[in-house]
Design a protein around this ligand. Structure first.
Ligand code: SF4
Length: 420
């Protein structure tokens, strides 16, 4: 086996070599070591998710409160290097983990362009232990998708793309300050499919200002016309500090009321169900074999590492948040400013209730008792009793899950089961 030239040891790669690889983008003398070292048997390896936040958007949408910035392209290369440095420092020397899924989200990852995305993924796949056939998802704005971008994604191993369609009403898209048209969404799906990416997800928003039930039904049917195997649908939220919130406060816009939003959601459930989509999470629908593996691991409590400003991580016990500050991130990407939230046993039990009840499988009661103890289990069972009687919850095969009725009041149901 090749030894690291800096440390002259066969089991550790020096940071100096790794950083040379990143910044010079030339073959580091250690690269062959890294590649060969991946063959060393690992006694106990845990699969984790890798999330990479791309905090750039070409314009800001009316309703959005995610951390992203509109900036010129001159920062993109600097950001790429910073992200690779954070990945190196946090993951390259950890031989106890394997990357089970990769998710590039934002912001708008596609605005980086295909070459940068491919460079980033090449680096990750060369430097980290990435599981064979790992799901690699990139979020994209429909108007960024071109045959050239698709070519880069396919060559880099991307096998899933999530497109922010939101609606197929061009006037509504303009009102939301989205920068694409309905036609561009349809074309983007065609180009992805032609390039070999069939695992495409479309995002929809319902309850938009002035949107009718019929208009939303049209959106759902447009999604079906593309034959994508996955749909995510979210109710419009009026988040504080957004342009939408200001326009709602001035009385210029009125989102759909609760009854109409619920009618839209129910209609969508019926249509998607009839087309063999399974509602595997409150807001996510997939045809057989097309659940998002990365997002599913969040709901199963699988650890994940979030890279980039504003990204969250979870090590199975505690949470970590990189601060949403791009300039601060650039100053020290090797150790970006962050906060760690140490969860108490009660908070961990509450977290388990909250994330698992979002899923079709629900809360596995036996596993919950084993991990979180008898007192937490008894609390949940006691609080669940009236909700079972009201048919907001159901208990089957040792699992507690939301009924269709319960999905509409899921926040209330979850809060009742969470210890205070
Ligand atoms: S593209 Fe996405 S992240 Fe960017 S402003 Fe719009 S909704 Fe927010």
């Amino acid at each position: 086996m090749t030894k690291c030239p800096c440390l002259q040891r066969s089991d550790i790669l020096s940071q100096k070599c790794l950083l040379r690889w990143i910044f010079d983008k030339v073959a580091c003398a250690c690269t062959s070591y890294v590649l060969t070292s991946r063959k060393i048997p690992k006694p106990l390896v845990m699969d984790i998710g890798l999330y990479i936040h791309i905090p750039f958007c070409k314009s800001r949408c009316l309703y959005c409160d995610f951390y992203s910035t509109t900036c010129n392209e001159s920062l993109y290369d600097t950001y790429l290097k910073a992200v690779l440095l954070e990945i190196t420092m946090r993951l390259c020397l950890d031989r106890k983990v394997r990357i089970g899924t990769i998710y590039m989200g934002g912001g708008t990852p596609s605005c980086l362009g295909g070459k940068r995305i491919a460079d980033m993924l090449d680096y990750i796949c060369n430097m980290l232990d990435v599981a064979e056939g790992a799901e690699i998802t990139v979020e994209a704005n429909p108007d960024d998708v071109t045959p050239e971008l698709v070519g880069h994604l396919v060559r880099a191993g991307v096998n899933r793309v999530s497109l922010g369609a939101q609606t197929f009403d061009d006037q509504m898209l303009a009102l939301l300050n989205r920068r694409h048209s309905a036609q561009q969404t349809l074309q983007a799906v065609r180009w992805l499919n032609e390039g070999g990416i069939w695992n495409v997800s479309l995002d929809l928003i319902y309850g938009l200002p002035g949107q009718t039930l019929a208009a939303f039904e049209y959106d759902v049917h447009e999604v079906l016309s593309t034959h994508v195997p996955h749909v995510s649908a979210y109710s419009l939220m009026v988040e504080e500090g957004t342009p939408l919130a200001r326009r709602v406060a001035r009385g210029e816009l009125t989102p759909a009321d609760d009854d109409l939003s619920r009618a839209m959601f129910e209609r969508m459930l019926d249509i998607l169900e009839s087309e063999h989509f399974e509602q595997y999470e409150i807001s996510n629908f997939a045809q057989f074999g097309h659940r998002s593996q990365h997002n599913s691991s969040y709901w199963k409590g699988v650890p994940y590492v979030g890279i980039g400003p504003g990204a969250h991580s979870f090590d199975g016990r505690n949470r970590r948040f990189n601060l949403p500050d791009l300039q601060a991130y650039f100053k020290n990407p090797a150790r970006p400013p962050h906060e760690v939230e140490e969860l108490t046993p009660m908070e961990r039990a509450n977290e388990a209730v909250m994330v698992s009840l979002r899923t079709k499988e629900g809360l596995h009661l036996g596993a919950f008792q084993d991990v979180h103890g008898c007192a937490a289990f008894q609390y949940v069972m006691r609080e669940a009793e009236p909700l079972l009687q009201q048919k907001l919850l159901q208990q089957t095969d040792g699992r507690l899950s939301l009924t269709r009725e319960g999905i509409f009041v899921s926040d209330m149901v979850m809060s009742k089961l969470m210890q205070v």
